[in-house]
Design a protein around this ligand. Structure first.
Ligand SMILES: C[S@@+](CC[C@H](N)C(=O)[O-])C[C@H]1O[C@@H](n2cnc3c(N)ncnc32)[C@H](O)[C@@H]1O
Length: 195
């Protein structure tokens, strides 16, 4: 079902104002120090692109062509592609990044397998994600609003537990900062060792 996330102008109108506040600061906090070859998964309209430093070689990927066109206008190379089947060879990137994405990917466990595949040895996944809080009352509310939210937003699940997905898939979480009582997480993780 299509929603806010699939409409570039509408998405920017909703999210861009948040970037002038804390969201923009968190983006810079976690992405600005990265260098080397970086794949941004679910790049959307490219709102995260200004967070990188000038020396980072960033390529974006997203499933939605309209969003990809908008992100290209923001000056980065961006491909149409699915995070569950990334159009890149093995061990191609030093970092994979995601900002507000793992709430929307239909099969996040499969996307994590793909991220692990395209990372070089020692490469890391760096994430700024909104998640369930792991506190009973707010999570009950998130569970309640998820069906409606998901319809309006176009596939986003605000009750997803992205840190638990990482741990369940055998990732080593090196950094896990909670913001807004756990609604926002800043994560850095190493994939499970290759067999
Ligand atoms: C909330 S938006 C975030 C966009 C951008 N990262 C940002 O920070 O503003 C979520 C994005 O994930 C993308 N997405 C959802 N499922 C995907 C998938 N399977 N593969 C790649 N991108 C996906 C959506 O198209 C959308 O652009």
């Amino acid at each position: 079902m299509r929603g806010v996330e699939q409409h570039p102008a509408l998405y920017d109108r909703v999210v861009q104002p948040l970037d002038t506040g804390k969201l923009g600061a968190w983006r810079r906090q976690i992405f600005a120090s990265l260098s080397g070859d970086i794949l941004e998964l679910g790049v959307g309209t490219g709102l995260n692109l200004p967070a990188y430093n000038a020396s980072a070689r960033v390529i974006g990927v997203d499933v939605e062509l309209d969003l990809v066109r908008r992100a290209r206008d923001r000056g980065a190379p961006v491909l149409v592609g699915n995070g569950e089947r990334l159009p890149f060879p093995d061990a191609a990137f030093d970092y994979v990044t995601s900002a507000l994405v793992f709430c929307s990917i239909p099969d996040p466990a499969q996307a994590l397998r793909e991220v692990a595949r395209v990372l070089r040895p020692g490469g890391r996944l760096i994430q700024l994600e909104h998640t369930r809080t792991n506190h009973a009352l707010p999570d009950a509310l998130l569970d309640l609003i998820t069906p409606l939210w998901s319809t309006v937003a176009g596939g986003c699940h605000p009750n997803r537990d992205t840190p638990a997905l990482l741990l369940d898939a055998g990732w080593q979480v090196l950094r896990h900062d909670r913001r807004l009582g756990g609604l926002i997480r800043l994560l850095e993780a190493l994939p499970p060792a290759r067999p």
